[in-house]
Design a binder for this molecule. Structure first.
Ligand code: GTP
Ligand code: SPV
Ligand code: MN
Length: 611
C-alpha cells in the first residue's frame, strides 16, 4: 500500500485538518492497506457517478437516474451477524447480540487486514443531524469504505464533507467498512465470515462482508440507530427507528407532529410521504420530516422535540406506484440523481420495474431480473419468480421529496405531539387505539408484535415481538431501555399522546380490510382531534378507539363490515395475547415496575370486559 506520506497528502489536499480524524484514517489505512486514499464530499458526486458508470458499477436508468445490483447473496440486513460489543458485560440485553469488545475487535482486525489491497479507501466525513443541532456532537462520523457505491449512497443519505467534522475534535464515530470477497463469505451458512459489529462504548463500528444497505451505509443504521441509541442512553435522549411527519389543520392553523415506529418494511416511508390531504377536502396540510430514524430529546424549556438525522430516503420499491405512493415516484423522477438497487432493469431502454409498480411489461426484450438474468430466457419453473428482489430499494435525497417540510433542516427539530406504534398484524390490532397514559404507551411499544419482513434475511412472515420496532437495532438492555423511555418522556412538559395503529388486518380470504396507504391520514387526523379534546372515542381495555362517525369517511372505499372489524376489539383474542406478552416481558431484566403495572391494568380491564 501507499506509505503514510501519501495518506497525509490525501488528507492535506482535501483540507481534512481534524488531527483526531487524521490519526484514525492513518491507523486504519495501515490495517486495510488500500492502494489509494480519497476524501470525499457531496461536491464529488457527479465525478464519482461518472466513474461508477464507466466501471459498470452503475447503469443509466434515465436522465440523472441510476441502477445498481448488489451480489445476489447480499440483499438485506443480516440480523444474525450483527453484534453490539462493549467492555461492560452488563450491557448484554436479549436482542443486542452482545459480545465482549475484546473478543470482537481482534476478529474484525484480522478480517480487515490487507482486505482493501488494490482498492481505493474512501474517507466519508458525515453528519447524522442538521448542522448546528443540539445533538450534533453525537451525530458526526467518518466512514472508511472500499466501495464507491457506498460513497454514492452515503452522499444521498447523509450530509457529507470535511466541513462537518473539522471542528469537532474527537467527537466523531469511527466507522470502518470493508466489503470483502462477497463470493467467498459463506453468507447464511455455518461458515459465515461476515461480521457487523458496533463497539458502542468506544464509538467504533466495524462492518465486514457486505455492500448493501444497513450493512454498509454505516451512518444510517449502525450509527444513526445502534450507536445513537447507546449514546442517547448515556446522555439523556432517545434514538428510534421512527418516521416523523407534520399535519396542519388549515382551518385552525394548529400543527401536530407525529413520530412512530413500525418494523422494517412495514410502512414508515409510505406513511411519512404519501398521506393524501386532497382526499379530506383539502383541510389538512401534511409534511414529511423523516421515514426511518428520529432522534428525540427534551429541550431546555422542557419541550419534547425530534429531528430526522438523515438527509435521504432508502425506500422499499415493492408496491410503490401512482396509487399507493405518488410522492415517492415524484421523488425519483429524471434529474433527481436517484439510485435504484436490485429492481428489474431493461438493458436496452434503461427502464426499471418492480412488483407492484403497475402492469408487468409484456415485451420482454431487454428485461433483466434483479440478478441480471434475462427474463425472456427463464425456465418454466422460474417463470413466476419475482423480477425485483422484495427488498429492492430506491435512494433519493430529502430535497427531492415534494412534501418535505420547509423546516426539515431546522437544528432545533420540531415539537413532538404524538408517538405511534404499528406493524403487520393480520388480526387483533384495530385500525387505531389511542393511549393517554405514558407508562401504558411505553408498554404498548415494548409489546409491539408483528410479522417480520424481507428487510432482514430469512425472517419474512415470522410473527415476533419487535419492541418499538427497535429489535434489530437495540444496543443496550431492554429493561434499561424501558426505564430510559419513561425518564425522557416523563421529563417533557408537552406530554405526547400515544397510539397503536394497524393497516394490515386481513379477512379470511387474505385481503387487507383497510385500504391503507394514502387513507392512513384519516386515523391520524382522528388522533389529533382526540388529543385536542375535539372527539372522545370509545374507551376499551386496550385504549380509546374512534367512533365510526368521528372518523372522516367521505370518499373512503371500504366494506361496512370490514370497517366495523377494524374498529373493534376481539376480547378473547386479546386475553390470549396478554399471556404471550407476559412471557415476552419476563425475558427482560430490570423492567420498571410502572411497565408491569401497566400490563396488569390492561389485563385486568380485559378480564372485566370479558366477564
Ligand atoms: P424500512 O425502510 O425497511 O425501515 O421500511 P418502512 O417501514 O419505511 O417500509 P415502507 O413504507 O417502505 O413499506 C414497506 C412495504 O409495506 C411496501 O411494500 C408497502 O407497499 C407496504 N405498505 C406500506 N403502507 C401500507 C399500507 O397502508 N397498507 C398495506 N397493505 N401495505 C402497505
Ligand atoms: C431497515 O431494514 O429497517 C432499513 C433498511 O431501513 S437498511 O438500511 O438496509 O437497514
Ligand atoms: Mn428501517
Amino acid at each position: 500500500m501507499s506509505d503514510m506520506v501519501d495518506v497525509e497528502k490525501a488528507l492535506d489536499e482535501a483540507g481534512l485538518t481534524n488531527s483526531y480524524v487524521r490519526d484514525y484514517v492513518v491507523h486504519w489505512a495501515g490495517v486495510t492497506r488500500p492502494d489509494r486514499i480519497e476524501v470525499v464530499g457531496a461536491a464529488d458526486d457527479a465525478r464519482l457517478v461518472e466513474e461508477a458508470l464507466a466501471a459498470g458499477e452503475l447503469l443509466p436508468a434515465g436522465e440523472g437516474l441510476y441502477y445498481s445490483r448488489s451480489y445476489h447473496k447480499d440483499t438485506a440486513r443480516s440480523e444474525e451477524r450483527t453484534i453490539v460489543a462493549t467492555n461492560d458485560p452488563s450491557d448484554k440485553g436479549v436482542y443486542n447480540n452482545w459480545k465482549p469488545a475484546e473478543e470482537m475487535k481482534p476478529k474484525l482486525i484480522e478480517l480487515m487486514t490487507g482486505a482493501s489491497e488494490g482498492k481505493t479507501m474512501y474517507v466519508i466525513p458525515y453528519l447524522m443531524s442538521p448542522k448546528g443541532a443540539p445533538l450534533e456532537r453525537f451525530a458526526a462520523g467518518v466512514e472508511l469504505t472500499d466501495n464507491r457505491n457506498v460513497v454514492l449512497q452515503m452522499i444521498r443519505m447523509s450530509r457529507v464533507g470535511v466541513e462537518y467534522i473539522n471542528d469537532l475534535g474527537d467527537s466523531f464515530v469511527k466507522a470502518v467498512h470493508v466489503t470483502g470477497d462477497l463470493e467467498n463469505l459463506g453468507q447464511g451458512t455455518p461458515d459465515d465470515k461476515r461480521y457487523f459489529v458496533t463497539v458502542a462504548d468506544e464509538r467504533t463500528i466495524l462492518h465486514f462482508g457486505s455492500s448493501y444497505g444497513g450493512n454498509a451505509l454505516l451512518g444510517k443504521i449502525a450509527h444513526g440507530l445502534r450507536q445513537g441509541a447507546y449514546d442517547g442512553w448515556k446522555n439523556g435522549f432517545l434514538v428510534e427507528q421512527f418516521m416523523l411527519l407534520g399535519i396542519t389543520d388549515k382551518q385552525t392553523g394548529k400543527k401536530y407532529n407525529i413520530c412512530g415506529g413500525f418494523p422494517s418494511a412495514s410502512g414508515k416511508t409510505n406513511l411519512a410521504m404519501t398521506l393524501a390531504p386532497d382526499a379530506l377536502g383539502d383541510r389538512y396540510h401534511v409534511e414529511f420530516y423523516g421515514d426511518d430514524i428520529a432522534w428525540i430529546w427534551v429541550d431546555d424549556s422542557g419541550t419534547l422535540r425530534g429531528f430526522n438525522p438523515e438527509n435521504g430516503v432508502f425506500g422499499v420499491a415493492k408496491d410503490t406506484n401512482e396509487k399507493t405512493n405518488p410522492t415517492a415516484l415524484d421523488s425519483i423522477v429524471p434529474g433527481t440523481g436517484a439510485i435504484f438497487t436490485n429492481v428489474a432493469y431493461n438493458e436496452k431502454t434503461h427502464e426499471v420495474w418492480w412488483e407492484g409498480r403497475g402492469e408487468k411489461p409484456t415485451d420482454l426484450d431487454g428485461w433483466l431480473d434483479w440478478k441480471g438474468e434475462p427474463i425472456a430466457e427463464r425456465s418454466a419453473e422460474d417463470a413466476d419468480a419475482p423480477w425485483a428482489h422484495p427488498n429492492s430499494r430506491f435512494t433519493t435525497t430529502l430535497a427531492n421529496v415534494p412534501n418535505v417540510a420547509e423546516d426539515f433542516e431546522d437544528p432545533a427539530g420540531v415539537e413532538i405531539h404524538g408517538v405511534i406504534f404499528g406493524g403487520r398484524t393480520s388480526d387483533r390490532e384495530p385500525l387505531i387505539r389511542a393511549i393517554d397514559d405514558i407508562a401504558e404507551g411505553v408498554y404498548d411499544g415494548l409489546t409491539l408484535g408483528a410479522e417480520a419482513t424481507f428487510a432482514a434475511d430469512g425472517l419474512d412472515g415470522q410473527l415476533r415481538y419487535d419492541p418499538m420496532s427497535m429489535r434489530p437495532f437495540m444496543s443496550y438492555p431492554e429493561g434499561a431501555y424501558a426505564a430510559h423511555w419513561l425518564k425522557v418522556i416523563g421529563a417533557a412538559k408537552n406530554k405526547p399522546v400515544f397510539a397503536h395503529v394497524n393497516w394490515f388486518q386481513k379477512g379470511d380470504d387474505g385481503r387487507f380490510l383497510w385500504p391503507g396507504y394514502r387513507e392512513n391520514l384519516r386515523p391520524l387526523v382522528w388522533l389529533m382531534q382526540y388529543r385536542a379534546g375535539e372527539v372522545q372515542g370509545r374507551r376499551t381495555p386496550v385504549g380509546v378507539l374512534p367512533l365510526k362517525d368521528e372518523l372522516l369517511l367521505e370518499g373512503l372505499e371500504i366494506r361496512p363490515d370490514d370497517l366495523d372489524t377494524v374498529l373493534s376489539i376481539d376480547v378473547p383474542r386479546w386475553q390470549q395475547e396478554i399471556g404471550f406478552r407476559e412471557e415476552h416481558l419476563q425475558q427482560f431484566d430490570g423492567l420498571p415496575e410502572e411497565i408491569w403495572e401497566a400490563h396488569r391494568r390492561v389485563a385486568a380491564a380485559l378480564e372485566a370486559e370479558a366477564a
